[in-house]
Write a protein that binds this ligand. Sequence first.
Ligand code: PLP
Length: 402
Amino acid sequence: MNNQQLVALAQKYGDPLYVYDANKIEEQYNRMANAFSTVNKLKINYAVKANSNINILKVLKKLNSGVDCVSIQEVKLAIEAGFNVKDIFFTPSGISFEEMEQAVNLGVQITLDSLSILEKFGNKYPTIPVCLRINPHVMAGGNHKISVGHIDSKFGISIYQIEGIKDIVKETGLVINGIHMHTGSDIYNIDAFLHATEILLNTVKEFDTIEFVDFGSGFKVPYKEGDIETNIEEMGITLSNRFNEFCKEYGRDLTMIFEPGKFLVSSAGSLLVKVNVVKPTPNIVFIGVDSGLNHLLRPMMYDAYHHITNISNPEGTEKIYDIVGYICENDTFGSNRSISEVSENDILCIHNAGAYSFSMASNYNSRYRPAEVMVYNGEDYLIRKRENFDDLIKNQVIIDLE
Ligand SMILES: *Cc1c(COP(=O)(O)O)cnc(C)c1O
């Protein structure tokens, strides 16, 4: 979408506004599918937590994607979007057994990630095959808060506990149908990923009932110019060859699964914000916009860089600004940015806001969450209404203190 189209959408639907380009999601999906096209059985399970709007899920369903869900609510959203339960994979961590039982009743594929739950599950549901999340203990990931495959991570069953798993399987008769790992977001080191892959495949060899191997995700997308990106085409060739060779060795055509969130939807999204104030101070010119960490938390939570452009005045002289939100904290979207000259009421575009953006939004400072619009084959659709005051108070129970 070009700048004029985006400005027109902000005028039509108001601001701040999330806009998603569904055709970009298709492009990313096809890129991934093509990268692994030599694998006989490939399954791409979109990680719902990245962006859980039902219409985004429907776009992915149309592409033949499955989904990866981390809560029973995400499972229900996927069912609402029309996914067949056989295409819904449930990969939670540390949830209650009762939530696990709900997933069993819905009939989705379950991944377990602790020994005690495995034992409990095996005793109660010995005939329901489950997948195991393994912690391969490799360091990967762009930020310590999102690197989840290292030795002290809470995720997965340690590869050092494999004997414990086998004991439980023997005692309960449980069938392990898949092995899973997810080493964390932002993998750009193919060698580290292949190292973890070998550990995963060694674990597969410990069981003779495996049907699929789930490699998780962590495909990095570029947030700023010059950023490293996972070279998915190169990784596709190397990993597919290794996987195909392993299937022969194992004696069965296993399904290769990935669970990308960010890779599929991040670059498809933009957050459009309006400039409320241009505020020069002795050292910094601040640009105050009608949004904040309540709508896009990543810069404040992960120090994430999101590229910001002035789509109302794209051809002006570049100046240096700090772009800040209206939340009463040190609420900053970007510091020391070179942006085409900004005036009050201009619309700025915060790029790469398709993943972990709206899905992490809140009502902090009692602000409304923005509307969401999807553009698909040249048509724009409102896919979530802007909140209003009723949304803020509808669940508050007002007591009479008189
Ligand atoms: C978050 C998550 C993903 C998606 O990670 P991305 O970095 O967005 O691709 C995949 N699998 C599991 C289990 C996750 O928790």
